[in-house]
Design a protein around this ligand. Structure first.
Ligand code: G
Ligand code: G
Ligand code: MN
Ligand code: NA
Length: 250
């Protein structure tokens, strides 16, 4: 694989690999709560590569562990500089299956001196498909040390509701495909309302992704969605841009 060799080289030199941070906010108060780390790769020839173009390659060729730990460590280092706030890091299904995951996360938290309560890991429902026992053990250990777990892209996988009951998660992130159905001239989305109600009954918090319009923001806030993320509020930014905008004291 051509991309494989190029990714190996990028990881060796660190050139072109970068992390963007997309802030998220409390719906009611509008206060900044934290940011999600999103990996970026500026390829010397192909240009800006999307995670969807190279994360699967990294998974196939066994690079995802190293790449994932790099993202985690960088993101924790950045968050440790902030006076407050949570950092959210996406985990691939393969990382979640690794029995050493919790231990590695703990080691990174200690090295970066970030409190476990300030780290949230985002996993997708598809992570559970093949190895639910290993995933369950990892999630239990991570939550024991105080790390929070969010179920990403909620609603796009299958048997979504089973995972709310059977797995230990703290938050669900409502996929932006649902949020985008809130359009001018419509009262709102009964599906989103149902998801938020169900989450509340299950004791989980909700984040809505892909909030792009004021109308979407108002609807989501009115039905009790806890956290909002999307271009309306803030796009993914470089670490220094986040700090300049939200932590002027740094
Ligand atoms: O901004 P954007 O197109 O980059 O993100 C698309 C998706 O790529 C995210 O929803 C997320 O699932 C995935 N992604 C982004 N960063 C990472 C990462 O560091 N690790 C993994 N496994 N996935 C990521
Ligand atoms: O799957 P994951 O949610 O973790 O990926 C986040 C992706 O969504 C990133 O690629 C980010 O750039 C993108 N994104 C963030 N906010 C918005 C938004 O308001 N609208 C759209 N269309 N994409 C967004
Ligand atoms: Mn995510
Ligand atoms: Na998502």
């Amino acid at each position: 694989h051509e991309i494989e060799a190029e990714l190996r080289e990028a990881m060796r030199t660190g050139e072109g690999l970068d992390i963007a941070y997309q802030p998220y906010f409390a719906a009611k108060s509008g206060l900044l709560l934290g940011a999600e780390a999103l990996i970026r790769w500026d390829h010397p020839v192909r240009g800006r590569m999307l995670p969807a173009q190279f994360v699967p390659v990294a998974e196939e060729c066994g690079l995802i562990e190293t790449l994932g730990e790099w993202v985690l460590e960088q993101a924790c280092l950045v968050a440790a500089r902030w006076p407050a706030g949570t950092i959210s890091v996406n985990l691939s299904a393969m990382q979640l299956r690794n029995p050493a995951l919790a231990e590695r996360v703990y080691a990174i938290l200690r090295r970066t001196r970030l409190s476990p309560s300030r780290l949230e890991l985002e996993i997708t429902e598809t992570s559970f498909v093949d190895s639910s026992e290993k995933c369950r053990a990892n999630l239990g250990w991570l939550r024991d040390i105080g790390v929070r777990i969010a179920l990403d892209d909620f609603g796009t996988g299958y048997s979504s509701f089973r995972h709310l009951r059977g797995f230990e998660v703290d938050r669900i992130k409502i996929d932006r495909s649902f949020v985008s159905t809130i359009q001018p001239g419509q009262a709102g989305s009964p599906v989103i309302q149902a998801i938020v109600d169900l989450a509340r009954l299950s004791g989980l918090e909700t984040t809505a992704e892909g909030v792009e319009t004021e109308q979407q923001r108002r609807f989501l806030t009115s039905i009790g969605c806890d956290v909002l993320q999307g271009f309306l509020l803030a796009e993914p930014l470089g670490a220094t841009a986040v700090e300049a905008r939200f932590f002027a004291e740094l």
